[in-house]
Design a protein around this ligand. Structure first.
Ligand SMILES: [Ca+2]
Ligand SMILES: [Ca+2]
Length: 232
């Protein structure tokens, strides 16, 4: 082989290889999207392909040393919520993480990411009621207790420095909220209580802290993932 043809072979082989790999990748992503789309509402197949690519980009950022991980960990997930949706409340962000991490292995895998986003970005009222209840049920026992309400409200309210006993004000707020939402008067909110109250007054959906993004940040997030990628 002449030097020139050797040079050509070396030069072109990797290119061909990477084209082949990206074709394989494309096929793999299409197959994955096909299978995920059977279980996910609100996204079409092309959108799911975009979400898979985005997930792969997010996963490429370095994980903790020496660990192979199968999804986004809590820290990475919080950063995404913070940077894209302006969330700052740690208790709420952990709650959102819990609703995404359906198999409770402490990682949000690709399917959990896409399923979670379908409700987070495009959920119906029914889906959002279930989602918010789950976010607010901090210990996962199917009730929002007085203690949980207190914990969340205390964390989310801006306190006045002049308040003598700020906890008193929050306790009052918990009691007012219970009066409004605790339909069966057992001193805690079941899913039925929560659902009934929210159907009567939609604003109560986020009674214990903002956990659904606003329209502007949803639009920006979707534009970034769907449109720009589709334009390429
Ligand atoms: Ca998981
Ligand atoms: Ca609970």
């Amino acid at each position: 082989m002449s030097t020139l043809s050797l040079w050509k072979a070396q030069r072109y082989r990797p290119v061909r290889l990477s084209l082949k790999m990206s074709a394989m990748n494309r096929k793999l992503i299409q197959t994955l999207a096909e299978s995920i789309s059977k279980d996910v509402e609100h996204f079409n197949k092309t959108e799911i392909e975009c979400l898979i690519r985005e997930f792969n980009v997010l996963m490429r950022e370095p994980a903790a040393v020496g660990r192979t991980v199968n999804g986004l960990d809590r820290g990475k997930f919080r950063t995404i919520l913070h940077n894209n949706f302006g969330m700052t409340d740690d208790i709420i962000m952990d709650g959102v993480f819990r609703t995404f991490d359906k198999d409770t292995d402490s990682f949000v895998n690709m399917k959990e990411w896409i399923e979670g986003l379908s409700i987070f970005l495009r959920g119906t009222l029914d889906e959002k009621i279930k989602y918010c209840f789950h976010v607010y049920d901090l210990n996962n026992d199917n009730y929002i207790s007085r203690e949980e309400m207190f914990h969340m409200l205390k964390n989310s309210l801006v306190r006045q420095p002049t308040d003598e006993d700020p906890d008193e004000g929050i306790k009052d707020l918990v009691e007012i909220t219970l009066k409004k939402m605790d339909h069966d008067h057992d001193g805690r909110l079941s899913f039925a209580d929560f659902e009934k109250a929210v159907r009567e007054e939609n604003l109560l959906l986020e009674a214990f802290g903002t956990c659904i993004p606003d329209t502007t940040s949803i639009e920006a997030f979707e534009r970034n993932i769907f449109q720009e990628k589709l334009d390429q």
